[in-house]
Design a protein around this ligand. Structure first.
Ligand code: HOZ
Length: 427
């Protein structure tokens, strides 16, 4: 049997009992075409699929694996915690430590609640914003993705954008009408919304670096307008840092850009590859959460001890001096090298990174909006994706996702990927 058939065989089996053969839509390779790789194992910057192929991985489980796969300290912490029991549904010492550490590293997190996924974190933060302000209207931005709860699946990014259907079926119109969608990076549109409906807006939620419509860097004036307008009108500013949290720096995007939100959501890196997320913020707002207040939120696996152990071990490694400087340098080198390789072959291409996340665009200039992203050459991306995959370099299977570099990627790995891109783009 041809080795490569193993992925195909598994995909066919998977489709019999799992919708689309995957447990999260982007994994299905539908926008790029072809068969998804069924991953058997990972180590450092590499993953291996069921057919025995190995790849340098620039997905990193969509962001959590900032230390690379199977980092020894994280695995040891997980094994040690697992030996003491998988779940208690009761408070533990370790979750207190994690809450204290998060509050120290990100000072806006005066109080935090641990949950199991980014979706849960954003959904709960919005309920809290509505419950604490007594208002219903939520402002989000076109192409931003904040998980799959009802209020947030309106003109969303990630898988919805990948499949060209940015608003999900199954959301009652009555729910969707409480979500106002505005263009990202457009402070004037936000000011106008507040001028008209400012006293009805509970919260503005945004990705402080948009990472679910490829990657868009925020204009400073956009973030400042979001902070000032929410403050002026008694609304809350929610930073969705599920992707950017501890990915763009030790103080996350809010520290990097010097903006203090009222509430923030975290996920991915804080769980080190385990299902862990959090929402938190100002003490007086968080005091509305049950059991202190009337906004209900709960979960059997919230603060799960194995996930917390992985998160603590990961956050410890991130505090080593120079960690983020090296990560940023690697991501920058990758971006510069990929763009230069494409340009050498006359292909319109640019790339940029923020910390350890990056965007690669087949277009002339760096995109600043959803519209700019939609104008990129998707066919070119798909060709690039498949040529790189065949050469052993695993990029996100969608032109609408950010990429991720980990601390396990060496300069030699980056050089290898750039050389492969040069060869692929020449063909
Ligand atoms: N929504 C994630 C990317 N932005 C994809 C999650 C997954 O497929 O694992």
């Amino acid at each position: 049997m041809n080795q490569t058939d193993q992925n195909q065989i598994l995909f066919e089996r998977a489709q019999r009992h799992i919708p689309g053969g995957v447990n999260s839509p982007v994994r299905a390779f539908r926008s790029v075409g072809g068969t998804p790789c069924f991953i058997e194992r990972g180590s450092g910057a590499r993953i291996w699929d069921a057919a025995g192929n190995s790849y340098l991985d620039y997905v990193g489980s969509w962001g959590p694996l900032i230390l690379g796969h199977a980092h020894p300290e994280v695995i040891a912490a997980v094994q040690e915690a697992a030996a003491r029991g998988l779940s208690f549904g009761a408070p533990t010492h370790a979750e207190v430590e994690l809450a204290e550490l998060l509050a120290t590293l990100v000072p806006s997190l005066e109080m935090v609640r641990l949950v199991s996924s980014g979706t849960e974190a954003t959904m709960s933060a919005i309920r809290l914003a509505r419950g604490s302000t007594g208002r219903d209207l939520l402002v989000k931005f076109e192409g931003c993705y904040h998980g799959h709860s009802d209020s947030l699946l309106v003109k969303a990014g990630s898988g919805l954008l990948t499949f060209g259907n940015p608003s999900s079926a199954g959301i009652p119109a009555d729910v969707a009408r409480h979500t106002l969608v505005l263009p990202y990076n457009d402070p004037a549109a936000l000011a106008e919304a507040f001028a008209h409906q400012g006293d009805a807006i509970a919260a503005v939620i945004l990705e402080p670096v948009a990472g679910n419509m490829n990657l868009i860097v925020p204009r400073p004036e956009f973030l400042h307008a979001a902070r000032e307008l929410t403050q002026q009108h008694g609304a809350l500013l929610i930073f969705d840092e599920v992707m950017t949290g501890f990915r763009v720096g030790l103080t996350s995007a809010q520290g990097r850009f010097g903006i203090t939100p009222d509430l923030s959501t975290f996920g991915k890196v804080i769980g080190g590859g385990m299902p862990l997320a959090a929402f938190g913020g100002r003490r007086e707002i968080m005091a509305h959460i049950a059991p202190l207040g009337a906004v209900y939120q709960a979960g059997t696996l919230s603060g799960n001890p194995i996930a917390v152990a992985a998160g603590l071990a990961t956050l410890k490694c991130l505090q080593v001096p120079g960690f983020y400087e090296t990560l940023e340098a690697r991501a920058q080198a990758l971006c510069a090298g990929l763009a230069a390789a494409a340009q050498r072959h006359g292909i319109a291409c640019c790339a940029q990174n923020v910390g350890g996340m990056f965007g690669l665009y087949f277009t002339e200039r760096l995109p600043e909006s959803y519209a700019d992203i939609m104008a990129c050459d998707r066919e070119m991306f798909n060709r690039f994706f498949h040529a790189m995959l065949a050469a052993g370099h695993y990029f996100a299977p969608s032109a609408f996702e950010a990429g991720f570099v980990s601390a396990a990627h060496t300069q030699a790995d980056i050089t290898d990927t750039i050389e492969a891109a040069d060869a692929c783009l020449a063909a």
